[in-house]
Design a protein around this ligand. Structure first.
Ligand code: SF4
Length: 305
């Protein structure tokens, strides 16, 4: 079966089984092509809830499928490849946070949305990369434990100097590899380009950017520019931008050898097809108490953000 035939089979099976395919923008273009909804992780889980989807295949990593399930417990949610996990989401054990809270009852714990459901359940509030500054500013506590991403945390700290943020050792292994030299080299090759970067990148990289933002914000910014844009995030974003753009080569991938999330690339068209017809993938199940606690952190994010 060639690729187009397989895509046609996916579309037929999707219709026959009343399945909605969600795909994160870091997915390969073939997966984006057959998806019903594409975007950032939290946008996708909100969309699944809005659509009241009966069945969802989440093309992304495990925490994203968990977020769909947290918001839509009645929705059958399938992760096409069980091994597609976000290393950062699992870097901090929930027990460590529980112990910290017992020892520091006045410190609020903020969890980036890129965390497991079990970790969200231990925190006071979740944030996305686009809502983090706004939410941290609104919290009552003067001292905040910000997990897991120390780089996003230090980016937030710069805009909220009135609070003391505590970081642990978490980071995104993809964005954290970027160096100042990578940026200077790319800028020298494209002196007329502006530079947009994700705040999961190290401070010295972020300092060189014309724009810092979440994936969806980088996409909007890049589309709005007339000329070249250096994209400092996972390489799927450049593919995504180029899909509908005549002049797609104006989007320059920064450090392509580094900015590839292997977990995000684990899902193939075959995996999606098997997940839809019930012959592959993992059905996400969450303990109901844990789900409710994680939902509380997400709902607080929605109230404050
Ligand atoms: S790019 Fe980083 S944060 Fe995103 S899924 Fe991959 S490891 Fe996790």
């Amino acid at each position: 079966m060639n690729k187009q035939e397989l895509k046609n089979k996916i579309l037929e099976a999707k219709k026959a089984t009343d399945t909605v395919i969600l795909a994160h923008t870091y997915q390969e273009p073939d997966i984006i092509d057959i998806a019903d909804v594409t975007g950032d992780s939290f946008f996708l889980s909100k969309k699944a809830a809005e659509l009241k989807a009966k069945r969802v295949v989440m093309c992304g990593v495990r925490f994203m499928a968990e977020s769909v399930k947290i918001l839509s417990p009645e929705t059958e949610t399938i992760l096409p490849v069980a091994a597609a996990t976000c290393p950062m989401a699992e870097q901090i054990a929930p027990e460590r946070v529980r112990k910290f809270k017992e020892e520091n009852p006045d410190t609020e714990v903020v969890a980036y949305i890129n965390t497991t459901a079990a970790l969200k359940a231990e925190c006071d509030v979740c944030v996305t990369s686009s809502s983090a500054i706004k939410i941290v500013k609104k919290l009552d506590a003067d001292e905040i434990l910000f997990i897991p991403d120390q780089h996003l945390g230090s980016f937030v700290q710069k805009s909220v100097p009135e609070k003391k943020l505590i970081f642990w050792d978490g980071y995104c292994p993809v964005h954290a590899q970027l160096t100042k030299e990578d940026v200077l080299k790319c800028k020298a090759e494209h002196p007329d380009a502006v530079f947009a970067v994700h705040p999961e990148s190290p401070k010295e990289v972020v300092e060189l950017a014309d724009m810092v933002g979440a994936t969806s914000e980088i996409i909007s910014y890049a589309k709005a520019q007339k000329g070249k844009v250096i994209i400092g995030t996972e390489r799927g974003v450049v593919d995504y931008l180029a899909i509908n753009e005549e002049n797609g080569d104006r989007f320059i991938q920064l450090a392509p050898e580094k900015l590839c999330c292997e977990d995000m690339k684990k899902i193939t068209l075959e995996d999606v097809y098997k997940a839809i017809i019930g012959e592959g993938g993992e059905k996400i199940e969450l303990d109901e108490d844990l789900r409710k606690k994680a939902l509380k952190s997400i709902n607080r994010m929605l109230e404050l953000g």
